[in-house]
Write a protein that binds this ligand. Structure first.
Ligand SMILES: [Zn+2]
Length: 327
């Protein structure tokens, strides 16, 4: 069967469990299946059970083990179209849409979407090679504030919100765009202090890069030591040649359209994951990426990632270490 191009085709294509398993296995283990426990190669495939058996440690495992699908009773035939939808719909998808399209409960759909967002999270890696910028590249840095309406919140949700929130209960998001590579990175920040915002730039951008920011206090001093730095005054109506942060502003408007439209009420608690989703969409929107390539890319990123229901709802101690810093 030919690879699907539309959602309809994807639903049909992935209606067979073995096709789903093969697709996930191929992206997860490009060099052939591997035991998640002892990493031994070439396990036996038990066809009737649709599981592998390790030659060394003798453990059995499904393709879901050690991925965002682990412990999920939802069949892969539903996970695949859900991934397709979230990665390919320009403005995102709500849990209600998944609920209607795939016949799972809205609560289940909400949980699935958060796990898929974790799959969309890019792994930048460490070290200078993985940084943005470079001698020829222009980099934009900008911040935006994202806030919910507290008065409509349930009482303990409002309390949690307040504990996490700053003075106005708004979350600060910093975005960095490599204009040349057309890659954006965005992150919820604990505050707008100079050391906080500049430390993140140092972490993400190569020394010597040309960096454009607005003229916020946080950027007035210090930037010139590491970067060729220029500031834009956002209140002025004209653009000084290439010195602007319009690319980042474009990203913010896409983010906020998604947050306001599709995701009716986003707790700041979950903002990082919505950011990951929007970053993925932005960075993979252009050719040579097509719908299938975007879908496959997420399948390639689902391993070694887990998100439990307790973590997601903030009901465990563990959650405190895996959720974003207070903002
Ligand atoms: Zn093993």
């Amino acid at each position: 069967m030919e690879k699907p191009k539309t959602l309809q085709e994807a639903i049909r294509y992935f209606s067979n469990e073995q096709v789903c398993i093969d697709a996930v296995a191929k992206m997860r283990w490009p060099d052939g299946a591997q035991c998640p426990a002892c990493l031994a190669k070439e396990p036996y495939y038990l066809k009737t059970q649709k599981r592998w058996k390790c030659r060394d440690c003798r453990r059995q495992f499904s393709v879901k083990l050690g991925t965002i699908f682990e412990d999920s009773p939802i069949p892969l035939q539903k996970w695949m179209p859900a991934i397709w939808l979230l990665t390919n719909c320009k403005n995102g998808v709500s849990s209600w849409e998944i609920h209607r399209a795939l016949g799972v409960t809205q609560k289940t759909a909400w949980f699935m979407l958060h796990r898929i967002r974790l799959g969309m999270k890019e792994n930048y890696g460490h070290g200078p090679l993985n940084k943005l910028g470079g001698p020829e590249n222009e980099v934009e840095v900008d911040e935006t504030f994202v806030g919910g309406r507290k008065q409509n919140m349930h009482k303990d949700r409002a309390l949690r919100y307040e504990q996490k929130g700053g003075a106005q209960g708004k979350a600060v998001v910093q975005g960095i765009l490599d204009r040349t590579a057309r890659e954006v990175r965005a992150k919820v920040m604990p505050n707008v202090k100079r050391e906080t915002l500049q430390a993140e730039i140092l972490k993400q951008v190569k020394y010597g890069s040309r960096v454009y920011t607005d003229d916020a206090v946080a950027y007035e001093q210090g930037m010139q030591w590491r970067f060729v730095h220029d500031m834009v005054n956002k209140t002025e109506t004209y653009v000084r040649g290439r010195v602007h942060v319009n690319g980042m502003e474009n990203f913010w408007s896409l983010l906020k359209r998604g947050l306001r439209g599709t995701y009716v009420a986003v707790e700041p608690f979950h903002l990082d994951r919505y950011l990951d989703e929007q970053v993925f969409r932005f960075n993979n929107r252009k050719k040579p990426m097509d719908d299938y390539a975007r879908f496959e890319k997420v399948l390639g990123q689902i391993a070694h990632k887990r998100l439990t229901y307790a973590e997601l709802t903030g009901k465990t101690d563990e959650a405190k270490t895996t959720t974003p810093e207070p903002f």
